[in-house]
Design a protein around this ligand. Structure first.
Ligand code: AMP
Length: 113
């Protein structure tokens, strides 16, 4: 757990969140400022700063998170959705703990803004 990391604190239950799913490796919770009718985030419990910090030593959790996304979206009845991860300031990353946005329930544009 990284000091002063909001999502580490959420994963540890120190800051309340609206849980979607949890297991030993990852935690999923609804975004506080939803950008679609369904918008939740999936994070690794161990701190990883962003996609840019994924490597041989920690990449297994990413495969696990995508498996969780496939399962949880099915359970929620979501047939079409978008998975997004912002890396760095210019791309819009505001929380420096790896997270995958799962957005669903409205028409989406491409390319994203
Ligand atoms: P990003 O801007 O890609 O780093 O995504 C961070 C996301 O975290 C944003 O969509 C925020 O709305 C969301 N967020 C920030 N604080 C909280 C919180 N306490 N609980 C749930 N979602 C949050």
């Amino acid at each position: 757990m990284k000091n002063d990391c909001l999502f580490c604190a959420i994963a540890a239950g120190e800051i309340p969140s609206n849980k979607v799913y949890e297991d030993d490796l990852c935690y999923a919770f609804y975004d506080i400022a939803p950008q679609a009718p369904t918008h939740f985030l999936v994070i690794p419990k161990d701190h990883i700063g962003s996609v840019a910090e994924i490597g041989a030593g920690n990449s297994a959790v990413v495969a696990h998170i995508f498996e969780v996304i496939a399962n949880v979206t099915k359970e929620l009845g979501l047939e079409s959705y978008r998975v997004v991860s912002n890396i760095g300031e210019q791309a819009g990353q505001s929380v420096r703990h790896l997270h995958f946005h799962v957005l669903s329930g409205r028409d989406m544009t491409w390319p994203p803004g």
